[in-house]
Write a protein that binds this ligand. Structure first.
Ligand SMILES: [Zn+2]
Length: 433
């Protein structure tokens, strides 16, 4: 082979490789992004009305990102491709796209041997999108969340949904039927996540719930109320140190957010540790259904569903979302009957009068003053109190966004403190594994 021929062959090899390699890259990249060039004939075949499989649907752009992507595709003369929404297999059932199914999960055996099966409502949208889970009544006597989950799910049309909404209105069915916060053995279910299949009864229930339901979720909202004759302003409890949770919490309209890193064994912390952004949504008081709190909660969740792109946005909130990076509990220093002079949600100044403790035996009245400037996020109902009882929970106004854990006491879903004050402590220590 002479030099001229060699040069020609080398040039051919070089030219071929320089042409083929970028093409391969281009194809690989396109494959990665699931973009296909569709000819008019193929487009006809994909026509949803004429010829479609039950799981294959045309994905209409809904979000800004998708709209931008479509614009880009249009400029390249590439039609957006239909994406598949697959059926969801959950609790050994298959839920098809466009279906609303009422299932149930097994919490285990009751004492009588009869299986307790709390309901699970699954809305599988026609188009793909995030899986949002709404769970309530982990504490059985907290009723507001039950009604919020029930109404939100009932009012969703699966045919309009991008993604999936899973609703578990009553997690602790044992506690609900007994009008109790706890499980029958007085354990607090929200201290046992993610659970243990061979642990205590609480630990086993937590494990089943976590593996059968929570593992399917991309986001979780866990509904609670104040505990033990206390009321909470609608507010999120969220770990604002976590960027995914910060982003999730920003979708709840103007609902207040209180930063809390959370109890180590709560559902919120366990799900977050499993990379599922989770917030607790506190509203109202236990033991009663509060219509105004339910309405407010439904409005908030519909806003969330719109902001996540699961349904079209229904309305916009114009008020800013307040975030409290720290809070203070105000405890009474003398015993008697609490008589509040402020309402839940009030903004208070330093040393402002919050209420009195009245001793009916001596007619003595003791003022309770606010130790900080802030907003009343939670408060005790007027009731008899011993010295040391927590009466007001104040979200602290702060100029900085530095996160400070001021006091561990929490009336809501996570702290062990209420147990210490009102009930015998429940802990993992007395578990036998
Ligand atoms: Zn609770």
């Amino acid at each position: 082979m002479n030099n001229r021929k060699k040069k020609i062959i080398l040039f051919f090899v070089f030219a071929t490789s320089t042409l083929i390699y970028p093409c391969t890259l281009f194809a690989a990249e396109n494959n990665q992004n699931e973009v296909e060039i569709i000819t008019p004939e193929i487009a006809d075949d994909l026509n949803f009305e004429k010829n479609h499989s039950p799981t294959e649907v045309y994905d209409e752009p809904e979000t800004i990102e998708e709209l931008l992507q479509e614009k880009e595709n249009t400029s390249l003369n590439i039609k957006p491709v239909s994406k598949k929404q697959l059926p969801l297999t959950i609790l050994k059932e298959v839920v098809q796209p466009g279906e609303l199914r009422e299932l149930s999960w097994s919490a285990g055996q009751s004492f009588s041997g009869k299986t307790v099966k709390p309901p699970v409502m699954v809305v599988r949208g026609r188009r793909p999108g995030p899986v949002l889970c709404l769970v309530a009544a982990i504490h059985g006597d907290e009723l507001n969340g039950i009604e919020i989950v029930r109404r939100v799910i009932r009012n969703i049309d699966p045919m309009s949904v991008n993604g999936t909404v899973i609703g578990v209105p009553i997690v602790n069915l044992y506690g609900f039927t007994a009008n109790s916060r706890y499980l029958p053995d007085r354990r607090d279910l929200n201290r046992y996540f993610p659970g243990n299949p061979s642990g205590s009864a609480a630990s086993r229930i937590a494990y089943r719930f976590f593996t059968q339901i929570i593992k399917h979720c991309n986001y979780v909202v866990d509904f609670h109320t104040g505990s033990f004759k206390r009321i909470n302003l609608p507010q999120l409890r969220a770990d604002m140190n976590n960027p995914h949770i910060r982003e999730f919490a920003s979708h709840f309209g103007s609902t207040a957010v209180l930063h809390k890193s959370g109890n180590g064994k709560s559902l919120r912390v366990a799900a977050t540790n499993a990379d599922i952004p989770t917030v607790a949504f506190e509203l109202g008081q236990p033991g009663s259904l509060q219509e105004d709190y339910v309405d407010s909660g439904i409005e908030t969740i519909n806003t969330l569903i719109g902001n996540l792109g699961i349904l079209k946005k229904m309305h916009l909130w114009f008020e800013p979302q307040p975030v409290y990076y720290s809070s203070r509990w105000v405890r009474v220093n003398s015993g008697g009957i609490l008589m509040s002079k402020i309402d839940i949600g009030s903004k208070v100044k330093l040393n402002q009068l919050l209420g009195y403790i009245i001793n009916p035996l001596t007619s003595q009245q003791v003022k309770i003053l606010s130790p900080v400037k802030g907003r009343v996020l939670g408060m005790a109902l007027n009731q008899f109190m011993l010295p040391g009882y927590a009466a007001y929970h104040i979200g602290v106004f702060s100029d900085t966004h530095s996160i400070i854990e001021m006091e561990s006491y929490d009336d809501g879903e996570e702290s062990d403190e209420p147990d210490n004050e009102y009930e015998s402590p429940t802990s993992e220590d007395d578990e036998i594994h």
